[in-house]
Structure formats: C-alpha cells, structure tokens
Ligand binder design. Structure first.
Ligand code: NAD
Length: 728
C-alpha cells in the first residue's frame, strides 16, 4: 500500500529545496498521531525516491506552534496491553525521521513557534536549527515534568549533540523550556531569526553552504562530547550522577529522572540505532505506569482546565484591570504590587506611611535589579515596571482604581477600616479583594457597601514565585465579581482555583492536616528525624517540622482557638488533634515558637539559618525504639490531606476536582507525582484506586485514630466503581 501524507505538505521550489510544512488539517496543533506516522513515512519514501532532484529539506509549520509533541490523551490510555503498539508507532516515526536525516542532503528545522517535546525532537533530527524569536515561543524537552522521557530520539540525540552531562542537566532532567534566545545560548539551536522570512532565508543559506551535510554523529570518527563511560576518566565520575539525582529527589518516588539517566548513560555506549531502542524501552516502562498518568492528568489536563476557565462563570464579558490599589505594603502587598506591575497594570501601593509604602516598592526594585542582572529582562522594561508602582499613604491617591487588593494585618476590624476609607474613592464598580489567609470572606464583606463586588484573593508567599491564587467566593459575592477576579488572576499570569467560603478555605485548611500529622508523630515518640525523612520521601517539597517552624507554632494555636470558638458557638463539640498538646508544650513549656522566634523544632543560628533538629525533642518526646512502619508515616500525611479534601467536596467548599489537584500541588506542596490530592486517591496503589484507598484509610483509622475514617462520599464512590473526575 502506498502511504499518503495528510499532515505534512510538500512544497518544492525551482532550486530543489523541499519545504515540509507540518499542517495537520484536523487539529489546531500538529501531534505525533497515527496520521503523522503515516505522513512522515510517506515523506521518507518520497525523498528517497526523488533524491536526485532534491537539494535540501526544510521542516516548518503552518500552525502557530511548530509541533506539539505526543498525543497525551492517547498516553493516558496506554496500559501494558497497548504498550507494544505504542512502542511500534514510536519506532516507525523515528525510523522515518532517521531516513530523512541520513539521506545525504542538508535538513534544516525552521522553528516558527513553540517546539517542545516531539517538536524539538523533529528539530534534533535536522542538521541545522533556526528558531524564530516569536514572543512566548518555547523550546525544550519537558517530558520529565509529565513523568515521561523524550522517546522520539530526544535522549539519544541530545546526548550526542552536547554530551551526557549537558544533555542531562540542561535539557532532560529539569525539562527546562527555553526562549529562542536562551535556546541559542545553551546550544539547543544554531541561529535565531527576527522574522519568518529571515528564518527561511537562513535555512536556505545553510542548505546552499552545506550541500552534503550530515549530523555530527553520522560523520566518521565522531565521539560523544565530554566522553562516555567507556573512558576511564569519565567512568570515575559516573557514580556522581545517580548520587546527585538521589540527593535532588530526596527519595521521592519519581521514576522518570532515573529512567532518563539510565537511557542516557546506557545509550551513550552503543550505536545510534540501539540507543533509540534503549530509550524507547525506558519510555514504555514510564508510559504504562501510574505516575506518568497522574502527572499528565494534573500538569496537562487539570492545569489546562483550570487556566482556561472551566470554573469561570459563563456568559460574562472578560475584563482587564487598568489600575489596582494594593492596601498594605508588607510582605504580601509588596509581592502583589510587583506581580501586577509586571503584567502591565498601574499600581497604587498604600501603607500607613509613605515611608512604609516606599519600602514595599523597594521589593520590586530588588527583584527588577536581580532580573536585569541575570539577563531575564532589560533595564528599560524594569524601569517601566517600576514607574507603574506609585507608593502612597494618601487614600485620595486611589482615585481611578478599578480593583483593590487588601493585604494589611490579619485583623478583621482593621480590614473593615481600610475598605471603608477607600470604597467611595476608587471607581464605583471597583472589584474589592482581600488577601486574607484564614478569615471567612462573608463576614469580611460586611465591612463594605457593595458586598456583591467583594471576594477573597488568596495569594501565596513569595508572591512573585508562587503560581497559584485561591479565589474565595463569599455568600454574597456576585458572579460578575467572580468572573472579574478570575480574569485579574489570569491577567497577572497566575493560576486561579475557585472555592466557596469556609474557615481556612481549601489550601490553609488542608495543609494544616499535613502539619498536624507530622507533629502528632513526634508526640507519639517517633524519632523526629524519621518524621522529616518520611515527608521528604513522600515527595513533599518541605519537610513537615521545618514547615511548621516557618509558619510559626503560635499560628495553628490561634486558628485552633478561633475554630473552636466558632464550632462551640454553633453548638458543636471540638475534637482535639493529638498535635495540639505537642505544640502547646513547645510554646508554653520550652518557649520555642519557630524560626521567627529563633527556636522551634529546629535550632537557628544568629543569622536565622536553620541548624539541626532541637535535641530536646528526643529528650522530651521521643520514646527510644518506638517506631511505626515507614509507609504508615508517609501515608498518614498524604491521607490526612486527601481525606479532608474529600470532606471539602462533601461540604461544597470545593466544587472541582481539577481545582483540588492543582491547588494542592501549586499552593501547598502536595507531591507532584500523585497528580494532586484527589488524583492520588484515583491512582492509589498503582491504579487500584478508591476501593484500595478506602481499605487503607480504615486500617489507618484503626491504628491511629478516627480522623482517618473515610468520609461517606468516598465510600459511596468506591462502592459505585467511580473516580474523582469533573463532568466536562
Ligand atoms: P505584613 O505584616 O508583612 O504586612 C502588613 C502591612 O499592612 C504592613 O506593612 C502594615 O504597615 C500595613 N498596614 C497596617 N495597617 C494599614 C492601614 N491601615 N493601611 C495600609 N496599610 C496598613 O503582613 P503580610 O504577611 O504581608 O500579610 C498581609 C495579609 O496577607 C494578611 O491578611 C495575611 O493573613 C495574608 N497572607 C499572608 C501570607 C503569608 O505567607 N505571609 C500568605 C497569604 C495571605
């Protein structure tokens, strides 16, 4: 059967240059689907047949994106049974690309837009890479961030292009996405062009100058830059790679980096074709496993759903904020001001004195200076950003603001006061947001006239780095305000999740369970160092006791007292958590409130640097020899968060699974390998899912307390054979 190319257009000019235009008619972006597999095979056949009339080949795309990569929907379905087919498809595409690469004619990739994953792999199968410096364009192999590895020749070719160490560190292990300019600096592309015409001219110029071009690795005498394990000097350094990786991962269960390392090292010692096979085997292992599915679900599908506004009220015109009032120029206010100004919004930054407001602006000055120093922005752009921030102590300066973000001290009376001062000064329909981390929004809204315009906008610290914003809808918040808050968060390039009002909302409430569980284990007499290790090996980015110290031990006490009062006032009974007694002793008996007090679960130096775990913990809490299974330690932390998330769904505080997954990973450090707090339940025990999770929760409840009893919603879903998904 003669194959036809349906997704790649063949355009040949009079001089014999063939431009292969990647242009899948059925999709908005080109992907490595079945049609592409057939198309690239047909193209390989044709270039071989018409070789004599061809002077050179240029890959480019008619889409905004050069090429999007593998089809992730397909990958979610690959189980062990489909693995062989996936393997064969991958092998077929690679062999077609290889036939074109080794034709003996120059092959150039004219990268007109984002080329990530499969897109960059096509570029790597070209002898020369010219990237168009299009805004927002990204180049790299981010597969590792989805729990995969680049198996379209990505490992094999980057190792041969830049050597094992650079391939691992610059491209494969972090999955860094480079702008075209940075891709050039790091050796991922050869040239950058300012316009599409210039890009194609450069591509043609390469073909003119290199009529018989070959890949470096196909030339006689080629050696992998920097050496391979067969070189004794290199071999001596080799153990450092797994050791560093182990240190980086801190024992967390991410299989992709390990497989990438193995594929790179093993592939460097064999011929090109065998290296491709090794790479594919390691990929198959990943794609059939649960972690890749979890990570694709969260970092691709859920993130896309959340950012594209699946939770934004429908039918409300999008609006952009022009001028925002930030009230309070402390740690959060200063960071919020920077993030808004960076997105092009005018900012009026107000504090009690001009001096305090100027100090808050100083934070932006510091970040701008750093960014200019590192070449991430230009002096001109930094100056423009800073010119957009006006520090002030005067309420009158807020005239004309169409949004307000309040970030003064966590005191309801003060928050009421600062809104009252400015409500009649800002635009009449200005969006009114509070960055409270714990106070119920409905009660705060009572301090303003226009309660329907009042909403919670919970940022995370440090604001300039943390991508998440939790939007909290109060009882009287209008749909219009919700839509506008959503638009504002997107305008400043952050990821919005939406929750209904409740004490601690979603993130603050759920992270409290993680901390409580860690602290409770110390109270039971388990070695504090083991507790810390369990958190690290579960994949939490911060160890549990060190996080408690950062947040300050008096904070959970304050929250507990407020919650207790609220529950008791409404006729309920407070169920104490075993962590409470430990925290009380730490604060009252030992005066250790955490890092801000210079002493907590850890010791701190004069400079505030964290030292060792406080030896007093062993003396006052640890029962020598007492331990519990390590897996129980990890799962107590993970389960405590997951179970309360289900309760939040039951209570209607959370309304979306995607929001829960994304909020847990980006807001409170729930381990990324799980795919988020509800995907963790879906994928529990290698995909056994809800029934296995319920059984294990019951076991933990028996061993460690009723707080692990699975909520009714979870049991019901498990019984019905359901999973946590959003109906979309
Ligand atoms: P902060 O103490 O660093 O800053 C508060 C600022 O508010 C100070 O600069 C203070 O001078 C100013 N202020 C006080 N009264 C004012 C008034 N009448 N008008 C204008 N400014 C006034 O506190 P922060 O850590 O930035 O927290 C601010 C808010 O953000 C709190 O509600 C907090 O709960 C919340 N929050 C904090 C974090 C965090 O990690 N720190 C995270 C999320 C939310």
């Amino acid at each position: 059967m003669r194959l036809e190319s349906t997704t790649i257009r063949w355009e040949q000019d009079d001089s014999g240059i063939v431009t292969l235009v990647l242009d899948d008619p059925n999709q908005s972006a080109n992907t490595m689907n079945q049609a592409f597999k057939d198309s690239i095979a047909a193209i390989a056949e044709r270039v071989e047949a018409e070789k004599d009339s061809i002077r050179g080949i240029i890959y480019t795309s008619a889409k905004k994106t050069f090429f999007a990569g593998g089809d992730l929907k397909d990958m979610m379905k690959v189980g062990p049974a489909e693995a062989q087919q996936a393997f064969d498809t991958g092998t077929a595409i690679k062999s077609s690309l290889r036939r074109i690469e080794t034709l003996g004619k120059p092959v150039v990739a004219a990268i007109n837009g984002p080329a990530l994953g499969g897109g960059y792999e096509i570029a790597l199968a070209s002898h020369h890479r010219v990237a168009l410096d299009a805004p927002g364009s990204k180049i790299g192999l981010p597969e590792v961030t989805l729990g995969l590895l680049p198996a379209g020749g990505g490992v094999t070719r980057t190792v041969r292009l830049m050597g094992i160490a650079d391939a691992l560190l610059k491209v494969l292990l972090q999955g860094t996405q480079y702008s075209p300019r940075r891709a050039l600096e790091n050796g991922l592309v050869h040239e950058v062009a300012a316009t599409r015409e210039e890009m194609l001219e450069k591509a043609r110029a390469f073909i003119d100058a290199n009529p018989a071009s070959q890949q470096p690795w196909d030339k006689p005498g080629y050696k992998i830059p920097g050496g391979t394990p067969s070189n004794p000097k290199f071999a001596a350094n080799l153990p450092a790679f797994p050791a560093n990786l182990k240190k980086q991962l801190n024992g967390a269960p991410y299989p992709a980096p390990r497989n990438i390392l193995a594929a790179a090292v093993e592939g460097s010692q064999v011929d090109f074709e065998t290296a491709l096979t090794i790479e594919a085997r390691y990929f198959t292992e990943l794609v059939t496993g649960q972690t890749a599915k979890n990570m694709i679900q969260a970092f691709f599908f859920d993130l896309q759903a959340v950012n594209s506004g699946a939770n934004r009220p429908k039918g409300i015109e999008p609006r952009q904020v022009r001028k925002v009032a930030v009230l309070g120029a402390g740690m959060m206010g200063a960071g919020i001001a920077y993030s808004c100004a960076r997105a092009g919004i005018e900012v009026v930054l107000r504090d009690v004195s001009l001096e305090a407001a100027v100090k808050g602006k100083g934070y932006s000055e510091k970040l701008c200076a750093e960014a200019v120093g590192k070449g991430r922005t230009t002096q001109e752009k930094a100056d423009a950003l800073l010119a957009r921030i006006t520090p002030t102590a005067e309420a009158a300066a807020l005239a004309g603001c169409d949004a307000v973000i309040e970030a003064v001290f966590e005191d309801p009376a003060l928050k009421h006061k600062v809104f009252q001062e400015i409500e009649t000064i800002v635009e009449r329909d200005a969006l009114l947001c509070s960055n409270t981390s714990t106070l119920p929004i409905t009660a705060l809204a009572e301090g303003v006239e226009r309660q329907s315009d009042f909403i919670g906008l919970h940022f995370f610290s440090p604001v300039d780095k943390m991508p998440l914003v939790e939007i909290i809808k109060g009882k009287r918040t209008g749909e219009e305000a919700l839509a506008r808050a959503f638009d504002l968060v997107r305008q400043i390039n952050k990821t919005p999740i939406v929750v209904n009002d409740s004490r601690g909302f979603f993130t603050s409430r759920v992270i409290g369970h993680f901390i409580n569980e860690g602290v409770a284990m110390v109270g039971e007499g388990i070695e504090p160092a083991s507790v810390e290790q369990a958190a690290a090996q579960a994949g939490y980015p911060a160890k549990v006791l060190s996080l408690m110290d950062e947040l300050t031990l008096t904070l959970p006490r304050k929250i507990r007292n407020e919650s207790k009062r609220a529950i008791e006032e409404s006729g309920g009974a407070w169920t104490p958590h075993p962590a409470e007694a430990v925290i009380d002793r730490m604060v009252d008996e030992f005066g250790r409130i955490g890092r801000s007090g210079g002493a907590g679960f850890y010791e701190y130096g004069e400079d505030g640097k964290r030292g060792r775990l406080w030896p007093g913990l062993r003396e006052h809490f640890t029962k020598p020899g007492h331990t519990i299974p390590f897996e129980d330690m990890q799962e107590r932390m993970l389960f405590s968060e997951a179970l309360d998330t289900v309760r939040l769904l039951e209570e209607g505080v959370l309304t979306s699974v995607a929001d829960a997954n994304i909020g847990s990973i980006f807001g409170i450090g729930f381990p990324g390998w799980t795919g988020g707090v509800l995907q963790y339940i879906n994928g529990y025990a290698d995909g056994a899912g809800l029934p296995a999770f319920v059984a294990r929760a019951r076991q933990l409840a028996e061993r460690y307390g009723e707080r692990f009893t699975p909520p009714a919603l979870l049991v019901e879903k498990a019984d019905n054979g359901e999973r946590f998904t959003d109906a979309r």
